[in-house]
Design a protein around this ligand. Structure first.
Ligand code: CMC
Length: 428
């Protein structure tokens, strides 16, 4: 008769153990009973980069990397991208259900009420060099918000957590738009409460002299991109938010750690890296040589590959459709040809096929952002804008999870054993 347990025999001692299997997982702590003698610390698992370790239980996002499935709270990403607004998705991620009309109205109006930032934020921005990377500014400014809202430390009060979540959702478009204006030397454009979330952000970035001709196709395209980025379970930045948040720090500080993680070129920074790569390739005729250099280990094909997806990233599929809509409005981005050809060649090449490397969300998103008028260094800020609801939902879930404690991995010490201190004159 089948049992939901795992039998382990320790060949060092000949002893056997039976540990429960639940949800396809054994508890690493159940291995601690496996000891060679009473003094032994007990067996640990070694899993650098968390390749096979679940750090939490989560009811937010489901991914099947082999089948290319992504769902938020059970809803397929394709349906949300087609039919939901970004704020509906943000509500869904946080609350677990799609909002009713009244709930959505309240959520929107709470967010609209909090879009302004303290004007001292502008003084911080003025302290940054004209060419400061916007992600460096973003993580600094979001971290600094914790000093404006010391009440955010009260993380065990649900009403207080809600207020801070609203503040972060409301203020990140304003901050992101201010960074954009700072980099261009443009005066800051303040939030307008008569516009919706996306319209207000676009207005704050592109408006000149208070005037901006809104383009509904481009605004919806941006909204879809934000929806596609809204959550992706335990990725690097979300894990950073959870780990930092597990110390009990306020959400502004925890989210700023997530922004730092997102900045890296292997994570959200890949959208910027893709455009730089396309610039370097320059022309279609250079693609075969570029692919050969990647295969020889001289760099990566940015925007390709994923820790979880071992088939086509469903977000990348949807993004290609968004690209069609956008380029119909803006005219073709000349680099699209190079990207399409790169994809075609890579998908036929055994190096990429055997490693199951497919385009990910970042492969085409940069081309769209560029066509919309955003500069390359700004792309990851747009990713952060999209990921905010996911970070917040995961932070809240972590705090409410009774099984969670402060994140504190173990290590295998490989350094020297004890040795006596050596005076400086006797060293070397
Ligand atoms: N180009 C060339 N080779 C690659 C690539 C790539 N983009 N990605 C993985 N490989 C190779 C890698 O060299 C390794 O080969 P080998 O087995 O011969 O050593 C094999 O594929 C497995 O790679 P890995 O580094 O063990 O895979 P990982 O799961 O640790 O890394 C990744 C995932 C996303 C960091 C990686 O695929 C990568 O660096 N991609 C390029 C950066 C990128 O596009 N990042 C965005 C990810 S999606 C959005 C997000 O999360 O922000």
């Amino acid at each position: 008769m089948a049992k939901d347990t795992l039998s382990i025999t320790d060949n060092r001692t000949g002893q056997s153990y039976e540990v429960p299997v639940s949800l396809g997982t054994i508890k690493a702590m159940d291995l601690r009973q496996v000891k060679v003698d009473a003094e032994d610390f007990g067996l640990m698992t070694y899993d650098p980069a968390f390749m096979n370790t679940a750090a939490c239980k989560s009811a937010i996002t489901f991914i099947d990397g082999d089948k290319g499935i992504l769902r938020y709270r059970g809803y397929p990403i394709e349906q949300l991208a087609e039919r939901a607004s970004f704020l509906e998705v943000a509500y869904l991620l946080a609350e677990g259900e799609l909002p009713t009309a009244a709930e959505l109205e309240k959520w929107k109006s709470d967010i609209t009420y909090h879009t302004y930032v303290h004007t001292n934020i502008i003084k911080f921005l003025e302290g940054f060099r004209y060419d400061a990377h916007p992600m460096g500014m973003l993580l600094g400014v979001v971290g600094a918000l914790s000093t404006f809202y010391p009440d955010a430390k009260n993380i065990h009060d649900p009403a207080n957590r809600y207020l801070q979540r609203v503040r972060l959702m409301a203020k990140i478009p304003t901050i992101a738009a201010f960074l954009f204006r700072h980099s261009r030397g443009l005066p800051y454009e303040f939030p307008r409460n008569d516009l919706d979330y996306i319209g207000n952000f676009v207005n704050m970035t592109f408006s000149i002299g208070g005037q901006h001709q809104a383009n509904p196709v481009l605004q919806r395209a941006l909204e879809i991109l934000l929806i596609l980025h809204a959550d992706h379970e335990q990725n690097c930045s979300t894990s950073a938010v959870r780990a930092v948040g597990s110390s009990g720090v306020d959400p502004f500080s925890a989210i700023s750690a997530g922004i730092a993680a997102l900045y890296g070129p292997l994570h959200g920074g890949a959208n910027e890296a893709v455009l730089k790569m396309l610039d370097e390739i320059g022309e279609k005729k250079n693609i075969p040589a570029f692919i050969e250099s990647v295969k020889a280990g001289k760099g990566r094909l940015m925007g390709f590959g994923h820790r979880v997806y071992k088939s086509y990233d469903p977000r990348a599929k949807l993004i290609k459709r968004v690209a069609d809509d956008v380029f119909r409005e803006t005219g073709l981005n000349p680099k699209l040809d190079i990207a399409l050809e790169l994809e075609r060649i890579a998908l036929e090449d055994d190096y990429f096929i055997s490693r199951k490397l497919y385009p990910n969300v970042d492969f085409y998103s940069g081309l769209i952002y560029q066509a919309m008028g955003y500069p390359t260094e700004y792309f990851t800020v747009l990713f952060a804008l999209g990921r905010m609801p996911g970070w917040l939902a995961q932070w809240e879930e972590m705090l409410l999870d009774k099984e969670q404690k402060i994140a504190r991995p173990r290590q295998i010490y490989t350094g020297s054993g004890e040795r006596p201190f050596v005076e400086i004159g006797k060293r070397g």
